[in-house]
Design a protein around this ligand. Structure first.
Ligand code: 3EB
Length: 333
């Protein structure tokens, strides 16, 4: 691995409960935050650093922990609903909001993103780099609009309301999935300096999706290069702005892999150095449990049995999508 002094000291480790407990001992004072994927709420040390339970079943595990770690000392500011940590270069946050009640999802998404922008501006990490969004009933009916679309309206309005432009260079890498229960969960990484956004020439930039996909477009880039590391947003079977291969999970998976390839190719042209797709860490979200073995054998063949892949059951943000894959690659330091 080549040395790169521009690389922020960000690391990641993923695994089941035992690995998480080992990391808690080994990385004391260095953990920025944790996303814990599990069908049943796990015990989390919420007073130590930002932790978020994402209510999703994990195929083959009770729980799966994605642990963001810094090589620098980490300072934590616990709070509710927002918990923050930072290492001088990167800020990690988790925000958990009850979105039942009279206000509705649009206003909760607006509140969540407004709070995030206030926090990262106040803390001096104004560049939003990567966001994870999870909430229940994503394809359910809201108040005259599908809930994912309501979420998009609130998120978009918060960008505008905080004076953030929506376009190239001003939207983060992101994912948005439907959880099984619980709250609106938003986790994020922000920086002092901007990342380099990556788009996919096979797909319309999401912030330019036409109104057929909702009154306000989603605000994310297809990928974000951060100091030599790469975050790839939730990627699915979409060409231009249209879903392709409706009701065919195998073909949706092939198209998704092509889209991942396209994002990685673009990133390479911008200096991304990893050699192959097989070096990526993947989160694979499947709508239907029955598709797991088929998807798994295809990805084992594509990436090799040793690949870092977590399989989660989640509703995907478009009702006609059966699979979505997000990915990241962080340089080892
Ligand atoms: C897509 O390409 C699939 O709303 O933040 C992927 C990643 C998707 C992020 C988001 C949505 C989001 O449009 C859906």
């Amino acid at each position: 691995m080549t040395e790169n002094i521009a690389v922020p000291p960000l690391r990641v480790a993923c695994g089941s409960r035992q690995k998480f407990e080992n990391l808690l001992m080994a990385c004391k004072g260095g953990i920025l935050g944790v996303l814990a994927y599990a069908a049943v709420e796990p015990d989390l040390p919420k007073e130590w650093f930002p932790c978020a339970w994402v209510a999703l079943p994990v195929f083959g595990e009770d729980a799966w922990y994605e642990v963001w770690i810094s090589a620098l000392p980490v300072t934590v500011k616990s709070g509710a609903p927002l918990c923050l940590s930072r290492d001088g270069e990167i800020l990690f946050g988790s925000l958990v909001l009850d979105e039942t009640g009279p206000a509705g999802l649009e206003s909760k998404a607006f509140a969540a993103y407004s709070a995030i922008f206030d926090a990262i501006d106040n803390e001096g990490y104004p560049e939003l780099l990567r966001v994870w969004n999870y909430f229940p009933r994503i394809n359910g009916a809201g108040r005259g609009l599908e809930r994912y679309r309501e979420f998009n309206v609130g998120r978009h309005e918060a960008f505008s309301g905080k004076g953030r432009s929506i376009g190239e260079g001003s939207v983060p890498a992101a994912c948005a999935l439907g959880s099984r229960q619980g709250n609106l969960v938003v986790c994020f990484l922000a920086g002092k300096v901007p990342g380099l956004p990556i788009e996919n020439p096979r797909q319309t930039n999401a912030y330019h999706y036409p109104r057929d996909f909702g009154p306000r477009s989603p605000t994310f880039s297809r990928g974000m290069l951060v100091g030599g590391g790469l975050f790839i947003s939730g990627t699915a079977s979409i060409i231009g702005s249209e879903t392709v291969h409706v009701e065919d999970v195998s073909r949706q998976l092939d198209e998704t892999i092509e889209n991942l390839r396209a994002v990685v190719d673009r990133a390479r042209k911008c200096g991304f150095a990893a050699t192959g797709l097989d070096e990526l860490f993947l989160n694979v979200y499947l709508r239907c449990a029955g598709d797991y073995s088929r998807v798994r054998s295809r990805l084992d063949a594509e990436f090799g049995g040793e690949a870092h892949i977590a399989y989660l059951q989640a509703d995907v943000c478009r009702a006609d999508l059966l699979v979505e894959i997000e990915a990241f690659w962080i340089p080892s330091i």
